[in-house]
Design a protein around this ligand. Structure first.
Ligand SMILES: Cc1cc2nc3c(=O)[nH]c(=O)nc-3n(C[C@H](O)[C@H](O)[C@H](O)COP(=O)(O)OP(=O)(O)OC[C@H]3O[C@@H](n4cnc5c(N)ncnc54)[C@H](O)[C@@H]3O)c2cc1C
Length: 487
């Protein structure tokens, strides 16, 4: 901790804070910088609130700085459009709290300037986001080397701070009781940013570079050097306003029955909120509080939603927090029983082997799988139950488990609006046995939990799903007669 203050004295929960660079606080600087990488919102943002607390302590204004490069992995029209729609809301949202918002949107890697080191010379300290996956830990490490001011990463992603759970968890069953004990401390907490004291000084600050206009550039996606073959998802908008609207619509129309119907691919009973959590447009604590208020503590839909949002999601963050990025997507990081069992069956003959291109193009002999891949390509998501089946089949149809992991990551992260997230990584690993238990041994999968399209068709009425996502030419899906399917 740099000398001069402690986070708890500033009324900031120190378990949310990771000290990335322990440099001493310099004097004579212009501002505290919030380097916004993950949590693209001004409200309900513990990282921004921590930056303001530090600014107030030092009697300095706080500047929000953000740069969205065009060369992050899988950058495409789809991902950029969603992100820019969120960024377009930030100038006004920051202004409401007296915060200058400085945005840079380089359109090609050559346009990108390593601005942080320059801003670091004007800043007394830098606060950023703690996020244990994708390129974020690497960016923080790189920044720490380039800066001689304190750099803090603050957890604005989880309700119970990741650092409160000090061990990697075996599964939801070990994490759940620990979280439940901590919920009374965390669930009720709101993070409206505290008032900034140095608002007058904030008005006098100016960047030494030209600011970008996200709203205008959203209309000019073709000017970015990104993948133009993955188009924006029609009817899904990014940003906090859209996130809050989606949350409200979920409460009004889908919370009732979420516990019993969530897994049924024929019904759209899920919240659809994961892209907003991934891009930081919505804080999960805020979503949990709103749903709790609407449903009441005993509401079965609400309880089931909190299990997904607070237990399953934070289990994924727990895995990534305790596993370094290079080892996150690796057979070596699986539980021993899964690793050994997959190794025993590594050379088993696969019933089908598809290339990555065949998978990407939804051209397998399994009509239900093809439909789910099509949903991913066109809608940027897959219904949760089918997403599990989607992953399991990729494992069965790939030459090795390690290759299956790479393929899942490539396909999911290329198309999914919520991809490149700890929930992506931990769930690809779940497909191979992480956070799960052994099942009866069989070919290829060994003791890893199997899933089958036929069994899925027996469990649910897939008619409505196939009507939407199957195409002529797909292999027919065997549907049990009693379901009276439409197709
Ligand atoms: C192979 C595979 C890949 C996946 N990839 C992703 C991904 O890239 N990004 C992602 O956010 N989730 C991923 N998941 C988890 C889950 O499928 C999605 O979170 C969920 O379907 C998102 O839809 P929703 O917001 O409507 O969920 P809801 O059912 O409304 O759930 C509410 C929230 O709970 C969280 N949640 C729900 N299920 C899970 C879960 N199994 N693990 C972790 N968090 C969960 C999400 O934040 C979600 O928004 C993946 C699952 C599998 C099996």
């Amino acid at each position: 901790m740099p000398s001069g203050f402690s986070w708890s004295e500033l009324d900031v929960d120190s378990s949310r804070v990771l000290v990335v660079n322990e440099a001493p606080l310099p004097s004579g600087r212009d501002f505290v910088l919030y380097w916004c990488m993950v949590n693209h919102r001004a409200d309900e943002n513990p990282a921004l609130d921590a930056a303001i607390a530090l600014g107030n302590h030092l009697s300095l204004p706080v500047v929000v700085y953000q740069a969205l490069r065009p060369d992050y992995p899988h950058a495409s029209d789809r991902l950029h459009a969603f992100a820019l729609e969120g960024l377009a809301e930030l100038p006004a949202a920051c202004a409401r709290h007296g915060l200058p918002y400085w945005l840079e949107l380089p359109r090609s890697p050559r346009e990108h300037r390593p601005r942080l080191a320059e801003l670091g010379k004007r800043a007394a300290a830098i606060v950023s986001d703690l996020f244990p996956a994708f390129i974020i830990p690497g960016h923080l490490r790189g920044a720490a080397k380039a800066l001689d001011v304190p750099l803090f990463a603050v957890d604005a992603s989880c309700v119970v701070p990741m650092q409160r759970i000090t061990e990697p968890q075996l599964g939801a069953y070990t994490l759940r009781p620990k979280l439940r004990k901590l919920w009374p401390e965390y669930l009720g907490r709101s993070f409206s940013p505290r008032p900034l004291k140095a608002t007058r000084a904030a008005k006098q600050l100016s960047p030494d570079f030209a600011l970008s206009d996200a709203k205008a550039l959203r209309k000019a996606l073709d000017t970015f050097q990104i993948d133009h073959s993955v188009p924006p998802v029609p009817d899904v908008r990014g940003g906090r306003a859209a996130a809050l609207k989606t949350l409200q619509a979920f409460i009004e129309t889908r919370l009732e029955g979420y516990d019993t119907e969530r897994n049924d691919p024929g019904r759209d009973q899920q919240s659809g909120l994961s892209p907003y959590f991934h891009w930081g447009h919505l804080f999960p604590g805020e979503a949990a509080r709103t749903v709790l208020k609407a449903g009441g503590e005993k509401h079965p839909g609400m309880q089931s939603f909190l299990e997904e949002l607070l237990v399953r999601r934070e289990l994924a963050f727990n895995y990534c927090t305790h596993t370094a990025v290079p080892r996150q997507l690796s057979v070596e990081s699986l539980p021993r029983w899964a690793r050994e069992s997959l190794e025993t069956h590594r050379k088993d003959k696969r019933e089908h082997l598809y290339s990555l291109e065949e998978l990407d193009g939804a051209r397998t002999g399994d009509g239900l799988w093809n439909a789910s891949q099509r949903e991913l390509r066109e809608r940027g998501r897959i219904h949760n139950y089918l997403r599990m089946l989607w992953g399991k089949k990729i494992l069965e149809w790939s030459p090795t488990p390690a290759e299956a992991l790479q393929r899942m990551a490539h396909l999911n992260d290329r198309y999914a609006l919520d991809g490149r997230d700890p929930a992506s990584v931990a769930n690809f690993m779940w497909v191979l046995g992480l956070h799960d238990r052994p099942f009866q041994e069989r070919k290829v999968l060994g003791k890893v939990r199997p899933m089958s399209s036929l069994r899925t068709a027996e469990k649910f009425d897939l008619g409505p799903y196939l009507e939407r996502w199957a195409r002529p030419g797909d292999a027919p899906v065997k549907l049990p007669r009693r379901r009276n399917p439409k197709k």
